[in-house]
Ligand binder design. Sequence first.
Ligand code: FE2
Length: 366
Amino acid sequence: MIVDKLFEVLSEEQIATFLNQGILVVPNVLSQEEVTEALSGLYETLASHGVEAHNLEETGKHLQQLSSTGGSGGVLDLFYAEWKFKISTNSKLFHLTSQLWKAAYCYQGETKEQLHTEQFKWHPYGAFNPTQGYAYIDRVGYRIPTRLAERLGTISKKNKHIPIQRSLTPHLDCCPENPFPMNSKWRPIQCFVSLTDNTEPNTGGFEAAPGFHREFATWAAHRPPTLVTRKGGETLALPAPCVGEYTHIRPREDAAVLQRVQHIPVTAGSAVLWDNRIPHANAYRHDGTEPRVVVYTSFLPDVAINRQYARQQLEHIRRGRNPPSSGGLWMNPSETTESDVKQSNSSILSEDKLTELQRRLLAIDD
Ligand SMILES: [Fe+2]
């Protein structure tokens, strides 16, 4: 179909890479001009919170109030700003995600058995149209160099030095024992768009375990318990944890998984897409000199649970509340309350200025 052809932005080779590795880096999703525009938008947003991007030594301490993660991963609670909506509803980004949905997940209501050797494509959400979906509004990653984070840090009551930011260690944003929840959302592909080059390891960038999505089901079924040794020497076997939808990859019990996590080089303007069964992290250290900047942004396929999520998300945007699952990374989504309303969300959507696609992606129009 001619219409379909227009939407094909990925080559067969890129699709094959995603199917095999579960990770795909797509360069030049944003042009150099778009990257520059987004960065100045971000600097303006940061400045409204007292953070001057060109004077982090003196103003970087204000980053702390933008982080509900306690500085983990340099992730900031910045959800709504015009420059950010522009990236989250970027048509190229949506069409390439849509192409991957079509290739990597069943969408005609197939049963697991019908998929034979490709059972990793299965999900319980039924048939869906892969050319439609919703924008999932997420946070911003602004990871400052480790030395600067240490200088801006504080000393705890126990005399321990706490840097203002640290890494986000390898994890999954889903629960292995329940990878297809029926009460939140289904986000098969996670994604960020990078606004800076991040080609070297140990510079605060993305790390992931390629190919793990194909082994995920077997691994999840045999995940070893967490072993805790009590004072008296007695060893307890506790169920492997998942908090909200966050699963920590444990250094001891999951050592084999950790060994597979590697740096993924990215240039400014690239989109990085990964299957949500891929363990991922950002680097333990950032030994570079400039902040690493990414916009976390992805899409949700048009299935019932996501239609509900998108409607709820729109309601939150209109009321200036953080997105419905914004607490999900660190706490149970149901714990998100009215107290989440923050100054950071002062720039809310101008709905009348949006294109038809943007309105559909944000669930404003059916
Ligand atoms: Fe994550």
